[in-house]
Design a binder for this molecule. Structure first.
Ligand SMILES: NC(=O)c1ccc[n+]([C@@H]2O[C@H](COP(=O)([O-])OP(=O)(O)OC[C@H]3O[C@@H](n4cnc5c(N)ncnc54)[C@H](O)[C@@H]3O)[C@@H](O)[C@H]2O)c1
Length: 256
């Protein structure tokens, strides 16, 4: 499929996990890709090889998106690489598992600055570019089921994804007249390195699977497929909402 012919996509935090799957899927569907991570390593180099083998262009930009000046420069540099930018996937995200009463300011900032502040100013930079070039754009924010459902011991993470829920609602309304669409994708339990401890601990995993009607974790590719749909013109009338990819986790209820 070539639904992203002549489209350029930036995917933040795309060295591994969901971000890497999104980059590969958008490339498979025809987009040229700007990859991002804190630094280029063999995972990024391997992705560049995979994408170029598909006949698409790929370039890696190192930047820590939790700092405003870095994320602003990342989006500007991404535009400069191939001369334009059509799709912004704000995927980079972090979490901290800690009792609420022990969370430090540094830990709070680490989560909020990556998951919310960096996205806020990355989008702002992209929107200024779209406005000054009189062009539309597509923004997809990688949220979580935890923009909606609680996650004890992950208070900062929930606050960041809850904030992302409202940021998306607000921007979809404010930017619609500029032909800029904004949506959230909310994964449930997906098999990526962020869930290593969960996947390595059978009793934790069993507990999570009990809450998932489909009784399995999702794959990064399952999330990427939804991202590709939302980024495409098939979703041209879709903005301002959240789309769950969670095996039924969020709205799950069963009588014992
Ligand atoms: N895996 C899941 O079950 C799950 C569930 C819900 C939401 N999510 C969300 O999906 C997104 C991706 O998660 P994942 O599971 O692939 O995680 P992951 O930890 O496997 O990958 C995240 C990537 O983002 C990068 N990254 C983190 N902070 C960064 C920063 N400041 N600057 C640049 N890059 C940075 C990491 O280096 C890593 O490559 C996150 O936003 C996460 O909150 C994941």
């Amino acid at each position: 499929m070539n639904r992203f012919e002549n489209k350029i996509a930036l995917v933040t935090g795309s060295s591994q996990g969901i971000g890497a799957a999104c980059a590969l899927r958008l490339a498979a569907d025809g987009a040229d890709i700007i990859l991002n991570g804190r630094k280029l390593d063999e995972r990024g180099e391997d992705l560049i090889k995979q994408i170029t083998a598909m006949g698409r262009r790929a370039h890696f930009l190192a930047a820590d998106v939790s700092h405003m000046h870095n994320v602003v420069n990342l989006v500007r540099d991404a535009i400069a690489v191939y001369g334009e930018l059509d799709i912004l996937v704000n995927n980079a995200g972090v979490e901290k598992n800690k009792d609420f009463w022990d969370v430090t300011e540094e830990e709070y900032d680490f989560v909020m600055d990556t998951n919310l502040k960096g996205i806020f100013f990355g989008i702002q930079t992209f929107v200024k570019y779209c406005m000054s070039n009189k062009r539309g754009g597509v923004i997809i924010n990688m949220s979580s089921v935890h923009e909606e459902i609680v996650f004890p011991h992950f208070a900062a993470y929930c606050a960041s994804k809850g904030g992302l829920k409202m940021l998306t609602r607000n921007l979809a309304t404010e930017l619609a007249h500029l032909n800029i669409r904004v949506n959230n994708v909310a994964p449930g339990a997906i098999a990526t390195p962020i869930n290593k401890k969960l996947m390595d601990t059978p009793e934790l995993l069993e507990n999570v699977l009990d809450n998932i009607p489909m009784k399995k974790m999702g794959k990064p590719e399952d999330v990427a497929a939804l991202v590709a749909f939302l980024a495409s013109d098939d979703a041209k009338y879709v903005t301002g909402s959240t789309y769950f990819v969670d095996g039924g986790l969020t709205y799950h209820y069963e009588e014992q």
